[in-house]
Design a binder for this molecule. Structure first.
Ligand SMILES: Nc1ncnc2c1ncn2[C@@H]1O[C@H](COP(=O)(O)OP(=O)(O)O)[C@@H](O)[C@H]1O
Ligand SMILES: [Mg+2]
Length: 249
């Protein structure tokens, strides 16, 4: 089943296309991994799904993204679409952890209150559940009131992932989620991402061959803003995967 149908998508910055004529279906409950050289358009494609490119100046998007989410259908680029609602249903974790310069707990309480109007004990319990899910609760349980910026890079990225999960997204976009963390944190994050499916649909840009091999149910190769290769675990074999990864790295 397709959860996101991307059609004829072109994103340009200052009239220069960063993604060109992309047609892509994201399968529900699976991990789609995007690979390709730096500058090939991976981040831009990911950010097109929940309309984050329009936060950047001089960007222009044409084409469509139709979402068929568990909570119902959503036409991402329809003028009638509430962008906040879209971004709540399609969450994102960025390459460098963007923790808020407030306490660990408030990193959850603020977005929970702002986006879902969840406060009090329920908010705290959601935060703890999400922290447990990313293997961070034991490490921070006695200092939830400490500033989140005092955590290590790997801990901050797991906090960002936990924060995204606490908001209950239906699709999660992850842009090189382990690029700025140590090996151990990367492994924890990868194992966690695997465990999130099939409940959640993931699209992950990966900078690592090893990670792409480990995570991909589908692997997509980008070059110069275009999709130039695809592999699917259900129909492809290891040789096909190797060939595509060879081109990417
Ligand atoms: N905010 C921006 N302003 C201008 N050009 C951009 C911006 N973001 C990305 N680009 C350009 O779009 C192209 C694709 O970038 P990006 O999607 O970040 O690639 P990747 O994630 O594969 O490294 C690059 O040529 C990059 O310079
Ligand atoms: Mg990128």
């Amino acid at each position: 089943m397709t959860i996101a149908a991307i059609r004829n998508l072109t994103v340009a910055f200052n009239r220069k296309p960063a993604c060109r004529d992309i047609d892509l279906d994201l399968p529900a409950g699976r991990i789609t991994v995007l690979v390709g050289r730096s500058g090939s358009g991976k981040t831009t494609l990911l950010r097109a799904v929940n309309r984050l490119n329009e936060c950047l100046e001089n960007s222009r998007t044409t084409g469509s993204v139709h979402l068929d989410l568990p909570s119902g259908p959503l036409d991402a680029y329809s003028p009638a679409t509430d962008v906040e609602n879209l971004r709540r249903r399609v969450g994102m974790v960025f390459q460098t952890p963007a923790v808020l310069p407030v306490s660990i707990l408030r990193n959850f309480l603020l977005p929970l209150e702002l986006t879902l109007s969840i406060t009090g004990p329920e908010a705290k319990s959601r935060a703890e559940t999400a922290l447990r899910d990313v293997g961070l609760l034991d490490e921070v349980a006695d200092r939830l009131d400490h500033d989140a910026t005092t955590l290590s890079g790997g801990q901050q990225q797991r906090l960002c992932l936990a924060r995204a999960l606490a908001l209950d997204p239906e699709i999660l976009l992850l842009d090189e989620p382990t690029a700025s963390v140590d090996h151990r944190s990367a492994e924890i994050i990868e194992n966690l991402l695997r465990s999130l499916t099939p409940r959640l649909t993931l699209a992950v840009v990966s900078h690592s061959l090893r990670q792409a091999r480990k995570l991909a149910d589908r692997l997509l190769l980008m070059r110069d803003g275009r999709l130039v290769g695809a592999w699917d675990r259900e129909t492809g074999d290891e040789a096909g995967l190797d060939a595509l990864l060879d081109e990417a790295f």
